[in-house]
Design a protein around this ligand. Structure first.
Ligand SMILES: [Mg+2]
Length: 304
């Protein structure tokens, strides 16, 4: 990760200032009342914790832990191992790996840090500011660049399928150029097709099909289950739109999504390679990031 990256340049400082102003200005609309802390336990040697700090550990895990880096290297080492094994078996053809960008190849901890420090919830307009202006502040996920360069050496195309906005295509390309992982192909037109961004739908299925039409896709790499199969999105599990579900049904949807992963457990680390992202993603959709999340923590089942 790139600690202190946000302080490197005047441009970077301006973007951070813009984001801070935007976060602050949006606060009256998006700021939520923070529930009071839980009553401290009746023992003086325990420490109470503020609910507002809930997302802190997830982001610190990504920014400060060596374990997070090790997980990323593990994922990319496995990806390269699997890619070489697939190539050894494959007949001649045009081969590709499909990769997500954010928190798969590109590190946005600068955005996460600014958001968390503002005390505000995620908002699409704030992310838009980051996409448009923060392109010189993103970093690399450990192991991603080495993997991408190795794949290309093996004559495997790297197709990025990302829900970054098509309207910020040039800025995203600048970020990728800066990181040394920009799309590369024999022609510029082909290279453009290797960067498939969001236009009208966050569902990546059609873009995956496009890649599968042009190449034999050997591996898929992402940090969100939707990077692999839209059926694993919370809203596509047959319960309807998750935001409209009553609280008592959320446990059922969470269970169903886990079961969907269990059903195809052999594919993980084989065809699908998952990067860790404890800070955000589809998995947070049923959570309110507030006191009611405690209901998701279940005490251990009693022994039967
Ligand atoms: Mg991602």
């Amino acid at each position: 990760m790139h600690n202190n990256r946000v302080y490197y340049s005047a441009t970077a400082r301006t973007v951070v200032a813009t984001l801070v102003i935007a976060f602050t200005a949006c606060g009256w609309v998006f700021g939520q009342d923070v529930p009071p802390p839980l009553a401290p336990p009746p023992y003086t040697d325990y420490k109470a914790e503020e609910l507002a700090n809930r997302a802190l550990d997830a982001n610190l895990y990504m920014e400060t832990s060596a374990e997070y880096r090790a997980c990323c290297y593990q994922a990319y080492n496995l990806a390269l191992f699997r890619l070489k094994a697939e190539l050894a078996q494959a007949k001649a053809g045009k081969f590709a790996v499909v990769m997500d960008l954010d928190e798969t190849a590109v590190d946005n901890s600068g955005f996460q840090a600014t958001q968390l420090r503002s005390g505000l919830a995620y908002d699409q307009r704030l992310w838009d500011v980051w996409e448009e202006q923060g392109f010189d502040m993103v970093g690399l996920i450990p192991g991603a660049k080495e993997f991408i360069l190795e794949a290309r050496k093996l004559d495997v195309a790297v197709v990025y399928i990302s829900n970054r906005n098509e309207k910020f295509r040039e800025q995203t390309k600048k970020a990728l150029v800066r990181l040394g992982i920009e799309p590369k192909a024999k022609t510029d037109a082909e290279a453009e097709k290797l960067l498939k961004l969001y236009t009208t739908s966050t569902d990546k299925t059609a873009r995956r099909q496009e890649a599968e039409h042009d190449y034999m896709v050997l591996l898929y790499i992402g940090d969100n289950l939707r990077d692999f199969d839209e059926k694993l999105a919370f809203d596509k599990l047959g319960f309807g739109e998750i935001k409209k579900l009553p609280a008592e049904q959320l446990a059922g949807v969470i269970k169903a999504r886990k079961e969907a992963v269990d059903k195809q457990k052999g594919i993980w680390g084989d065809k699908w390679i998952l990067l860790p992202n404890p800070a955000y993603g589809d998995w947070t959709k049923p959570l309110d990031r507030g006191r009611s999340d405690y209901d998701r923590l279940t005490p251990p089942a009693s022994a039967k």
